[in-house]
Write a protein that binds this ligand. Structure first.
Ligand code: AMP
Ligand code: MG
Length: 486
């Protein structure tokens, strides 16, 4: 076996950026899940894989000698309200693992007890949010969306106190890093340019090394983060994913989706869909996700101003021109994803009209987003058409779509197969996530959780054994609200 390669580069930057902190042991840890294929890709030593040593490690009861736990500092805009000191209030970075492919990944416990950033919170997590994060982040990965991963989940054998008392759990998260826009906000607010430079150089070396050799590395970093986020958010939109709490502390520098709190996938298409119980004004509604991403990136750009140019007005000009790229990059990424869903091989700007007229029709009839595109991925579009009440309008749209794809050198079967690779049969439907949470949380029953975990590994496969999971929620099953669970 290759040697297990672990480093602590963020901790080595010193107490400005993170503070040492030990996890608080729990009474009676038990396995909820362990992600063996991820463990293998990371090169995690076998002794920690689904073993007793693993259980002790991933519950925070007994860390391995190669761990050096720290809580990271960050600030953030929460619902546009700036909070200067947030930080890891219930998370601990254990180590950075250099994976089998040479990539660096953070290993982080979430729910492992209070830290210097807990602000009166208990540092714990109920089992429900752990189940949601495990299921949805792994499903997002299988759907091809950049995301943090779930390596392990363990129940703690302890209760946590919220509005009611709930069983507690700890999730182990893996990410390229946990550096967020909020981390930059925290560092910039120190008002110490040397520190900001040190940290920004660290991030460039770690995540965007190609920027270092450019004329203006910091401007290039800004552009790179804009590009990464534009692409990730376009991917979300193409799948109907609603993050739910796009605060600046929940947006990574790498473009990985992070913090699966009140997130959910939209079923009936409605651009105004909001799931999060705390998002009363719909700031993070489905259709607001691209403009909110730009708003967040603007906060990121502000933190970099001192590095972009000695003259502030010049720096603002540079930052603004970089931010102008967002809309264009987002539109391009979105068009690419949506045209691929429609089986269009080479998108053109005119296709935007075909997409928006389809979405208007879907909005009118509140058509199930995932089911529609999957039905359209059959050689015949008949079943897709049945989802609309206004058959005339549907036929009009279908005619323009068919004439658009008619010129392609593909027969209907070939196109259908290509479309099935873009339009999942299975997404984490919210009622299923909720049912799994209830079964685990109230009855300690892992069976549905395990089935869903398995089914969502292959979301593009023809349903087969998992056909039941492809159907939208019935009226009785529908779950309209989600909770952060903090
Ligand atoms: P989140 O909603 O997970 O993005 O968390 C927002 C902030 O609240 C972060 O600084 C968290 O560390 C902190 N936080 C959330 N839940 C807890 C908790 N149970 N105890 C301490 N801090 C928490
Ligand atoms: Mg967060």
């Amino acid at each position: 076996m290759a040697e297990f390669n672990v480093q602590h580069s963020l901790a080595a930057l010193g107490p400005t950026f993170s503070l040492p902190c030990q996890p608080t042991p729990v009474k009676a840890p038990e396995w909820l899940a362990f992600n063996l294929s991820l463990a293998e890709a990371l090169g995690l030593p076998e002794q920690y894989r689904a073993s007793d040593a693993g259980l002790q490690l991933f519950s925070g009861n007994m860390l391995a000698s190669w761990c050096q736990p720290v809580a990271q500092a960050y600030a953030g805009h929460q619902f546009a309200h700036y909070v200067p000191r947030l930080g890891d209030g219930r998370a601990l970075l254990l180590a950075e693992i250099i994976s089998c492919s040479g990539q660096r990944f953070d290993l982080q416990l979430k729910g492992a007890g209070p830290t210097p950033f807990s602000r009166g919170g208990d540092g714990r997590s109920p089992i429900g949010p752990v189940i949601r994060e495990y299921l949805v982040s792994e499903a997002m990965h299988a759907l091809g969306v950049p995301t943090t991963r779930a390596l392990a989940a363990v129940s703690s054998g302890e209760r946590v106190y919220r509005d009611e008392t709930l069983p507690g759990a700890i999730i182990t998260r893996v990410a390229k890093s946990h550096i967020r826009i909020g981390t930059f906000q925290y560092v910039a607010a120190l008002g110490d340019e040397a520190r900001l430079t040190e940290f920004t150089d660290y991030v460039i070396t770690r995540h965007y090394p190609q920027c270092a050799s450019q004329n203006q590395p910091y401007l290039e970093l800004l552009r790179s983060v804009i590009t990464a986020q534009a692409s990730t958010v376009a991917h979300w939109m193409s799948l109907g994913f609603i993050h739910g709490v796009m605060n600046t502390d929940n947006m990574t520098i790498t473009g990985e989706t992070i913090d699966y709190g009140p997130c959910a996938f939209m079923e009936a298409f409605d651009e105004n869909t909001v799931f999060s119980a705390i998002d009363r004004r719909g700031r993070y509604a489905y259709r607001n996700q691209p403009p909110v991403a730009l708003w967040n990136l603007t906060r990121f750009a502000e933190t970099l101003l001192p590095l972009l140019h000695a003259e502030q007005s010049e720096a603002i000009t540079l930052a603004s021109s970089a931010l102008e790229l967002f809309n264009q990059q987002y539109q391009t990424a979105y068009l690419e994803k949506m045209t691929a869903k429609l089986g269009i091989q080479q998108s053109t700007p005119d296709d935007a009209q075909l997409i928006s007229s389809l979405l208007a029709l879907m909005q009118q009839d509140k058509v199930d987003f995932t089911l529609f595109f999957r039905q359209l991925s059959q050689p015949s579009a008949d079943n897709a058409g049945k989802l609309f009440s206004d058959q005339n309008k549907w036929r009009d749209w279908c005619r323009s779509w068919q004439s658009r794809i008619a010129s392609q050198e593909q027969n209907a079967e070939e196109r259908a197969l290509a479309m099935q690779q873009m339009n999942p049969a299975l997404i984490p439907r919210n009622h299923l996530v909720q049912q799994a949470i209830t079964q685990v949380s109230e009855h300690g029953d892992l069976s549905l959780f395990n089935q869903l975990k398995q089914a969502w590994l292959t979301p593009f496969e023809t349903e087969g054994a998992h056909a039941a999971f492809s159907q939208p929620a019935t009226e009785q099953e529908r779950v309209q609200r989600t909770f952060c669970g903090t």
